[in-house]
Structures are given as C-alpha cells and as structure tokens.
Design a binder for this molecule. Sequence first.
Ligand code: GLU
Length: 322
Amino acid sequence: MIPLHSFLEKLHHTYSALETGQVASYIPELAKANPDWFAISVVTTGGQVIEVGDYQQKFTIQSISKVFVYGMALEIHGRERLLEKVSVEPTGDPFNSLIRLDEDSHRPFNPMINAGAIATTSLLQGDGPTERLNQLLLMFERYVGHEVFIDMPTFISERVTGHRNRAMAHLMLNFGMIDKDIAAVLDLYFQQCAVMVTCHDLALMAATLANQGVNPITGVQAVSPDYIRDILSVMYTCGMYNFAGEWAYRVGIPAKSGVSGGILAVVPDQAGIAVFSPRLDSNGNSIRAIQVFQDLSREYGLHLFDLSMGRCVFSQALQSAG
Ligand code: GLU
C-alpha cells in the first residue's frame, strides 16, 4: 500500500499535466481563476491533515454550499417537513435546469440542483436578511473553525448576471413552491455561493460530516448527528450534477462539486477529502478532481460497496500518514 502523502504527491504531479477543460465563465468573476490552481486535502476524523498543492488558495464555494445549507434547513424544519418542500429525487439534468420543476407536487426535485437549493435557502429563518446572512455565516464557521467572508465581486457578478436563477425563483413563486420575498432569497443564495473557502476548509467540512457533525479539529458540533444520513444520501444520489450516477458507480462515496472547481467527498467515520482545480468538464465538474478521486477510490478501496479490499486499507493508509 502506498503511503497517503506520497500517493497525493504522485496524483498531484501526474494530473498537473492534464490541461483540458474550461474555467467557468458564466459568472464573469469566476473566469478570473488561475486554471493551474490544484490542491488535494485530506482531513481525518481524528484531526490529522494530509495535503498537497495550493490548499491555502481561496475561492468561492459555489454549489458545495448547498450541502451545508441543506443541513441547516434540516435542523430548522426536520426531515419530514423539509421533504414536503424539497424532494430528494435525482434528475439527471444539469444543475441549472429549469425544466424539472415538479408542478404537481410543488417541490423541486432535490436540494443539490439550483431550483432545490434556492427553495432550501428560502426556508432559512431569521429576522431579516442581515440576521439570515449572519446565521448562514456562523453555520459555515462551525465547519471551518474560523471566520468566513463573502467575496463581494463574485456575489455582485452573479447577482447582476444570474438571470436563469432569477427565472427559476419566479417560476417557483408562480407554482407556490417558495413564498418569500424572492429578491432577498436570491441575494442570500448568491451570498452562500460566494462564501470563500480553501481546499483545506472543504476537506475539514467533509471530515465534519464524516465525524457525525463534529469538527475534528475544533471539537465544535457543526450540525446535528441526526441529519448526517440525510445529507450524505442526497450527496450520494444528487451531488455531482448529471454525472452523479457515474460518480456513484466509479468513485462510490458521497460528494458534491461546484463550478469554481472544488469537489468534496466524505468517507464515513474516516475522513473528508477535497480536491480543487478550476478547469471543468461539460457537466461542470473539475476534470482533475474527478481523476484524483477515481484513483484514490481504486487505490484505497473507498467505494462504499467494494468490500473486496476490506474496510481497513484506507484507515491503514491514514495511520501510516501520521
Ligand atoms: N452560484 C452558481 C449558480 O447558481 C452555483 C452553481 C454551481 O456551482 O453548480 O449558478
């Protein structure tokens, strides 16, 4: 078995040469990302950190925020009430699909596509937009263990150009799927997407989910353990845009990607893993990150249903890294 740090270095070296794909540009500010940024971070549930590359580079979290806001909505409303508002069915459609709004049930299909995420954000509570934003930032801070900030240029950039998301919110208002002030809801959604993180932060956030909601470095309970299974189930079935099925098949652990180039994944009870590289494929997933995760899954038997290597290969690799 290759020690984890050496394997991460090897993957970083190998896939640095992979230069296919495009940095997202539909939000103009995202186009400013350096396409060569590349980082891999692992944080274990014991708080051990193994990482290579640009793991301190800041970028906006984008769609990965949907996972954590969903957790917040679960804590506020509970599983059954939230399910009445946002379903958990994968769509096989792109993240920004307008078509799949279930007009009969008045629910968007799942909280990982934009429609479902906007509906989920509309369910956050707080006295006014500032209070709701503060609650949201405090939630992220529990996961990352430090203060978090919104990248104003990205927020404004999306606010000015996010016509498709605005159209979605209007349609959902028309169908009675959301009932709040949609301008405020969209602002909060754009703000959650513009929260700045590093690859290290994402791995720690994933490790917190792997650790029953407890941040393994600070010991802070970021989310109730009651909802970890709900969050991971939705990540597993819907977290990777219309590559979710193939991801479940090839990599086999719950994950979420974002258009800024991050992917985080959870190895339950063991670790959080994050990869950041801004060049995307046509699904909106980071090309290098997909390769790295496929190799990691194969090398250490991470696939949840692959019992051929035994459950202990990855934990041995984590121990030998310490
Ligand atoms: N803020 C982006 C949007 O709503 C997030 C998309 C993504 O990362 O998938 O279009």
